[in-house]
Design a protein around this ligand. Structure first.
Ligand SMILES: O=C(O)CCC(=O)C(=O)O
Length: 290
């Protein structure tokens, strides 16, 4: 659980870094799962003649960078929130995460529908935004927690994230669609306010959906791998009517907990089928430029 000073710091600053939380054994299942996805992509690209090596002796940090340099679209399969498999599903329910999330949102926890596995490529970065900028306004009153978990050490050079401390108290800032998605204009969150957060693998950074953040440019030739997972109190609005989360923990009624990855996938497909009947209903709060 978080202690009182961690909770107070989170509320005041809008973010919290927890160091030495995960062991290599905790992270191994997800690293193995993502490595397996990279392996499948490498085999496919090799068979299609798009790369002339499988780069199989390269490290976790380097292999996808090599593949992506030869075939840039290769990195996209993991860059979306579409990746769903048992290793990730189990990790999303890791007690080390849920215990800390519970300190802030209570004992019944929804794993929020928005999450990303980021293999941040050389030259890549995340544009300045609040997560709330990507949600519809119904989620604005819900504490939606991002838990950013690096799979490699993150540094200024490889594009660690930055946050704008204390700016989470101002509600949703103006966002404009632009390069890389939604952007908070520079004049609204100045360069001086952007505090970089280099973190060792094993740590977790928590921040709220109102905390402005982004990442530095990855200036190395390796991948800055990280996961950003999100959580909130079960039963509160998510800002995402068109995609469901799953019940990660319910102390009041454990039978509500989503039993396995397949159950999560099935529910996502069911909601997606229904949502696709209403293409005109808004998915984002900011009008998209045609
Ligand atoms: O890892 C990153 O590049 C940034 C992640 C992010 O923007 C987020 O968690 O919302």
């Amino acid at each position: 659980m978080l202690n009182d000073s961690q909770i107070a710091a989170f509320k005041e600053e809008g973010y919290l870094i927890i160091e030495n939380l995960f062991t290599a054994d905790d992270l191994r299942p997800v690293k193995d799962e993502f490595s397996a996805v990279v392996e499948v992509q490498a085999q496919q690209l090799y068979q299609d003649g798009r790369v002339n090596s499988l780069y199989e002796n390269e490290s976790f940090e380097r292999r996808l960078a090599k593949i992506a340099a030869a075939a840039p679209e290769a990195a996209s399969a993991l860059q979306t929130r579409a990746h769903k498999d048992e290793g990730l599903f189990q990790f999303m329910k890791h007690p080390k995460i849920l215990d800390r999330v519970e300190s802030l949102v209570g004992p019944d926890i929804l794993c929020h529908p928005s999450y990303n596995i980021h293999p941040r490529l050389p030259g890549g970065y995340t544009s300045p935004h609040q997560d709330a900028g990507y949600y519809l306004p119904d989620g604005d009153e819900t504490l939606i927690l991002a838990c950013l978990i690096p799979l490699v050490d993150t540094t200024i050079e490889n594009g660690c994230i930055w946050v704008a401390p204390r700016r989470h108290k101002e509600g949703v800032l103006r966002h404009l669609w632009g390069e890389g998605g939604l952007n908070i204009p520079l004049e609204d969150v100045s360069e001086a306010e952007r505090q970089p957060l280099p973190t060792k693998v094993g740590s977790m950074v928590m921040f709220s959906s109102m905390t402005p953040h982004g990442s530095r440019v990855n200036h190395t030739d390796t991948i800055r791998w990280s996961m950003d997972l999100r959580y909130q109190a079960l039963g509160k609005p998510t800002g995402r009517w068109y995609v469901p989360g799953f019940v990660a923990r319910s102390r009041s009624n454990p039978e509500l907990e989503t039993p396995n990855c397949q159950a999560w996938v099935t529910e996502v497909e069911r909601v997606d089928r229904n949502a696709s009947r209403y293409p005109e209903w808004p998915r984002y709060r900011w009008p998209q430029t045609p």
